[in-house]
Design a protein around this ligand. Structure first.
Ligand code: G4P
Ligand code: MG
Length: 175
């Protein structure tokens, strides 16, 4: 069975503080965040506490798609910045998501955003899973992660239907 790990809201907030410090130390001043929903929404909002820049959002989801009789999963847009607001023209934007897992979603989103007229596009994730990646980040793109983690299944507090139980499991540690 895959090992699972539970993070509390406190864990998340602390990781985001250290993520913000890395972003600030990079010397690039980001003008706005683009959160990738759903997982990037709460991280972006907490990150705003440290970076104090506005949050825009795009949302993707995996859908089944039929190709030559085979069903595969494909990332699609649920909601997009369509068109990208004029105020973001030439601006540095930081794309925010909760986890860097296979990079399939990240690659999709970053390729789409690269078609637009931004300045620097950076990417910030809370948890960078150490594993072989399927998707790729554009060469040279600024990349920040709060912490690197094992290739375990992460349970996030915002998915918890019973928060006390979630926190109890978090206190036990990975299992
Ligand atoms: P990546 O490009 O950011 O690496 O994402 P990838 O396509 O590999 O991720 C597929 C989906 O699986 C994403 O959800 C991602 O949040 C979720 N995911 C990957 N690893 C974990 C994990 O350890 N724990 C949890 N809880 N989720 C994980 P999504 O399709 O974007 O859905 P949403 O929940 O963000 O709306
Ligand atoms: Mg997501």
């Amino acid at each position: 069975m895959t090992t699972k790990i539970w993070y509390t809201y406190d864990d998340i907030h602390r990781v985001i503080k250290s993520l913000a410090e890395k972003i600030q130390a990079s010397g690039v001043k980001y003008d706005a965040m683009i959160a990738i929903g759903g997982g990037g929404f709460i991280p972006a909002r907490i990150l705003r506490c440290f970076l104090d820049i506005p949050i825009y959002a795009v949302t993707t989801a995996y859908y089944d798609s039929e190709y030559e009789g085979k069903t595969t999963e494909e990332v699609k847009k649920v909601q997009w910045l369509d068109p990208v607001p004029d105020v973001l023209s030439g601006k540095n934007v930081l794309v925010v998501d909760e986890v860097d897992d296979s990079r399939v979603t990240l690659e999709f989103v970053l390729k789409e955003l690269a078609k637009e007229d931004f300045g620097t596009i950076g990417v910030a994730v809370l948890h960078e899973k150490i594993k072989n990646k399927v998707g790729q980040l554009p060469e040279g793109m600024p990349y920040f992660s709060g912490i690197t983690v094992e290739d375990w299944w992460i349970n996030y507090p915002w998915d918890a239907e019973e928060l006390d139980e979630h926190n109890r499991l978090a206190a036990i540690g990975p299992h």
